[in-house]
Design a protein around this ligand. Structure first.
Ligand code: ZN
Length: 257
């Protein structure tokens, strides 16, 4: 415990309207964003978080600096075909639609997210625009390759998930016991550092109140570092001054579960 590391792997960049990430903020002002997956190292085997965007969809949507998943993972000495566990923060195209590149993996997603994927309301263009490779994902779900996680759960030693919703019905964040303290992979519940620092909900939401609650929730975690979904800077170090208790020398929190 306490020895896990989170490695972000960038797979592309794009210019996009700020309001897509910062709720009704700076409408018409473009910013540059990054697309990534994350790898948790230090456990018995690497755990991949999200899949990044598939190449064809990345090109279709005008992503620049596109990098294939294999080259990104090989840099860490990992072959996608060897990965056995992929946790999906949610099922949007840029986080889950590259799942076919992990032919031997089991995927973990929130029950609500899986149910939403199958719901006819997801097929409405206003929702479906954020998905791609739907047939592939449906097949993975139908064949049991996507396992349901129910709410907040310990997934592995030192890795737990918290379900926050907001951005999608079953959006989840991963809380990792790292050597520098608690690390949080926020997915698109907190897509940019500014969402956290200025307390602005995600710009794409199915439930704005849940998106606001997600911002509050992450503040209760006493995290040392956030790995946000799309910021150009892959992580945000936090000053851990929110609690009175002094830092525990060499210690990590062990959360009851
Ligand atoms: Zn998303």
């Amino acid at each position: 415990m306490g020895a896990l590391t989170v490695i972000p792997v960038e797979l592309g960049r794009r210019r996009a309207d700020s309001a897509l990430f910062l709720y009704l903020t700076d409408i018409g002002v473009e910013l540059e964003i990054a697309y990534r997956l994350w790898v948790i190292l230090g456990g018995p085997e690497p755990v991949v978080v999200d899949t990044g965007p598939p190449l064809d969809e990345a090109h279709r949507r005008g992503i620049t600096d596109v990098r294939d998943i294999d080259s990104g993972l090989l840099q860490l000495g990992i072959r996608a075909t060897d990965v056995r566990t992929v946790v999906l923060t949610h099922l949007h195209w840029d986080h889950a639609a590259n799942a076919s590149r992990f032919p031997n993996a089991t995927f973990l997603a929130q029950r609500l997210e899986i149910d939403f994927f199958a719901d006819h309301l997801r097929e409405h263009p206003s929702m479906n625009r954020f998905f791609s490779h739907q047939a592939m994902l449906a097949e993975l779900i139908a064949t049991g390759r996507v396992r349901a996680v129910h709410g907040d759960q310990q997934l592995f030693a030192g890795v737990r998930t918290i379900k926050v919703g907001g951005h999608t019905p079953g959006s989840q964040m991963l809380v990792v016991d790292g050597s520098e303290g608690t690390l949080v992979i926020t997915g698109d519940a907190i897509p940019l550092h500014r969402n956290y620092t200025d307390s602005i909900p995600s710009g794409i939401v199915v439930n704005t109140l849940e998106a606001i609650a997600a911002l509050h929730r992450v503040r209760t975690l006493d995290a040392a570092r956030l790995f946000t979904g799309h910021d150009l800077e892959p992580s945000l170090a936090l000053a851990r001054a929110t609690h009175e208790q002094p830092p525990q020398a060499g210690g990590d929190h062990v959360e009851p579960h």
